[in-house]
Every structure is written in structure tokens, then in C-alpha cells.
Design a binder for this molecule. Structure first.
Ligand SMILES: Nc1ncnc2c1ncn2[C@@H]1O[C@H](COP(=O)(O)OP(=O)(O)OP(=O)(O)O)[C@@H](O)[C@H]1O
Length: 330
């Protein structure tokens, strides 16, 4: 940093430039700003109440490792009164998830947080390795994403927690905003930008899911993990090229280079769009799956449909969009 003084005037020399604000800071002042911003995101948005039992979705990657560390740090520092439990879903991807779960096991010891691991194999009778062997690489992310979403709910129910937090960060949310616009799916914009998602039906058993990193930049999460020396796993999933999200990601990274505020600006735009009733009506209403009892917008949930397709050897069964096109073919 060429000997610049820390912008917070603490008297130290700056060692880094904050990607979000451009401020030159020393390490302790960066840690303090990073942690305090997340504390305010939690408090200002009322994410927790004293006595909450909170499952931290822990994959062993940088985001959820920093999330587990920060939740523990802030819970102790500000006496939130939360009971924190790490919840990991083992998708059954050899050479990837098995290694990252070893990291989560170490994190559990390092942060003194209990850990529950639940696998696709035990929940659905299928590992992602077997699913990919059956269906190939195309669409495998759909299976993985749908199963993971439900697996976190199932794990939360087993643990008896009343809230779930995940490490989705500001970059992830901005990407999702762009993807929803590019797909013509603006009805989902408000849900994808919400810091907490919870079914609108007050009687629903759907657990609130929160993203304490909604305003946190990915680059700062990496910096924080690096300077704190946190133990995380950094290999990409071997099955997930996810090309479409990749394009949105590249575009956002380019925009961030020119104007760092772009990430938050995209999120704000997603939040501020006003919808007509017509658009609101497009949003599915959530109820319970008649087969498994977990949350669904259809009478049978997507996870049960996909599973039925796999078990019957017709994996395209659960892919509703494909079926729609298929039915209209003369
Ligand atoms: N296998 C898993 N088990 C538990 N939680 C998970 C798992 N995979 C993802 N999550 C949760 O969902 C969040 C977003 O996951 P995604 O795969 O999009 O992330 P990522 O940006 O690579 O995150 P991470 O760096 O934490 O792996 C994670 O931060 C984590 O909280």
C-alpha cells in the first residue's frame, strides 16, 4: 500500500484496499469494518431473536466457513443468545464433497460448534455420483440444487432448529437478479433479493432462511478468510460448469472493476422494482408436498418428482419445463 496510513486514522499503516469502498485500511480496522457491517445487517433486519436455534449451512467453502466463524464471533461479542449448529449436506460427489466435509469437521472443532451431516444417499437413496452416471452432466445441477434445498430443510427439521442461515453473498444475489431478468422471471426478483425468505402463509411450517452476507462482497470474504487464516476448501465442484450463471458472474465482475458499487446497485434495483398484481400472481403459492410433507408449490414437490424419475429410469420426468415444450410438439 506504499506506506499509506490507515483511513480510519488509528495510526497504523494500511495493508489493503477494501474492494467495497476503496478505503485503505490496516488489518484490525478491516476486520472491524467487515464484522460490524454484518452485525448491522443482522440487527437492522431483525434476523434473529434471543433463544433461536440456528443451522448454519456449511459446505466447507469460503463463504460458509467465514459465515460460521462470523456467526460464532458476533454471537459471542454481542450476546445474541443463539444456539448455532453446523449443518452439512453430503451430495455424494467423490473427490469434492468428501474433501470439503473434512474441512467442515475441522471447523466444527476449531469453532466449537456441533455438526450434523446428512447425505443424499440416506435421504434419497442416490448420490450425485450415481445421478450423474445415470443422467450425464447436462441438468445435473437441477437435481443437486433441488435436493440440497430440501435436504437443508430436512436437516433443520431433524435438528429442531427454527432458522437457517446460508453464505450467499452480495455477488451471488446480484447474479441471481441478473439471471432472473435475463430469463424474464421478474416475479422472483423480490424473493431473491430478500435477506430472509419465509413463506407468506403465516401457518406455513417453512423455516425462515437468511443471508447475513447480503451486503458482503465476495472479494472481501476471500480477503477476510485469507488474513484470518481460516481453514476452508477452495476447489470447484467437478460437475458444475453452470454456464449461464457463469456469464452473469463474469459480467458482474467486469462491472465491479469499473464501478465497485455496481453489485449493491443491482441488488437495490431488484428490490425497488414495483410489480403489478399480474406479476405477483405469477409467484407460486407454497403448500406441503402430498408425498413427503415438505414445502412445495405443486401438489407433489420437485424433489419427489425428480426422485420418481430417477427411480423409474426416466429422469426427465421431473423436468416440468421440458415436459411443457414436449406437450406442445405436434
Ligand atoms: N453441501 C452443503 N451443505 C450445507 N450448506 C450448503 C451446501 N452447499 C451450499 N450450502 C449453503 O449454500 C450457500 C451457497 O452455496 P453455493 O454452492 O452457491 O456457494 P458458494 O458460493 O461456493 O459457497 P461456499 O463458499 O460456502 O461453498 C453456502 O454458502 C452454504 O451456506
Amino acid at each position: 500500500m506504499g506506506g499509506l496510513p490507515c483511513a480510519s486514522k488509528c495510526g497504523n499503516k494500511a495493508v489493503l484496499k477494501r474492494p467495497k469502498t476503496g478505503a485503505a485500511l490496516c488489518k484490525p480496522c478491516f476486520f472491524w469494518s467487515f464484522e460490524t457491517e454484518i452485525h448491522f445487517a443482522i440487527v437492522d433486519n431483525g434476523l434473529f431473536e434471543r433463544g433461536d436455534r440456528v443451522a448454519v449451512g456449511a459446505s466447507g467453502g469460503k463463504d460458509s466457513t467465514v459465515l460460521a466463524y462470523i456467526m460464532k464471533t458476533l454471537n459471542d461479542r454481542y450476546h445474541y443468545g443463539l444456539e448455532l449448529i453446523l449443518l452439512s449436506i453430503d451430495e455424494g460427489i467423490s473427490g469434492y464433497r468428501d474433501d470439503s466435509l473434512e474441512t467442515v469437521k475441522r471447523n466444527s472443532q476449531q469453532y466449537d460448534l456441533p455438526l450434523k451431516i446428512l447425505s443424499y444417499e440416506e435421504l434419497y437413496g442416490w448420490s450425485m455420483d450415481r445421478i450423474v452416471a445415470q443422467i450425464g452432466l447436462k441438468n445435473n445441477c437441477t437435481f443437486c440444487g433441488v435436493f440440497r434445498r430440501q435436504a437443508l430443510d430436512r436437516g433443520a427439521a431433524l435438528l429442531g432448529v427454527n432458522k437457517i442461515v446460508t453464505g450467499h453473498n452480495a455477488d451471488d444475489i446480484a447474479e441471481t437478479v441478473l439471471m432472473n431478468i435475463l430469463r424474464g422471471d421478474v416475479a422472483r426478483l423480490q424473493r431473491c433479493t430478500a435477506i430472509t425468505t419465509k413463506d407468506r402463509d403465516a401457518n406455513s411450517t417453512d423455516l425462515p432462511r437468511s443471508k447475513p452476507f447480503k451486503f458482503t462482497y465476495e472479494k472481501e470474504i476471500v480477503m477476510y478468510a485469507y488474513f484470518k487464516g481460516l481453514d476452508y476448501f477452495s476447489t470447484e465442484c467437478k460437475y458444475s460448469p453452470n454456464a449461464y450463471r457463469g456469464h452473469a458472474r463474469t459480467l458482474i465482475k467486469e462491472l465491479e472493476k469499473i464501478r465497485p458499487s455496481s453489485i449493491l446497485d443491482i441488488i437495490n434495483s431488484g428490490e425497488d422494482l414495483k410489480f403489478t398484481n399480474l406479476v405477483e400472481e405469477k409467484l407460486p403459492t407454497k403448500s406441503k408436498c402430498t408425498k413427503c410433507g415438505f414445502m412445495s408449490s405443486l401438489s407433489v414437490c420437485k424433489a419427489c418428482l425428480l426422485l420418481e424419475g430417477l427411480n423409474k429410469g426416466i429422469p426427465q420426468l421431473g423436468n416440468a419445463q421440458k415436459m411443457k415444450v414436449y406437450w406442445h410438439v405436434p
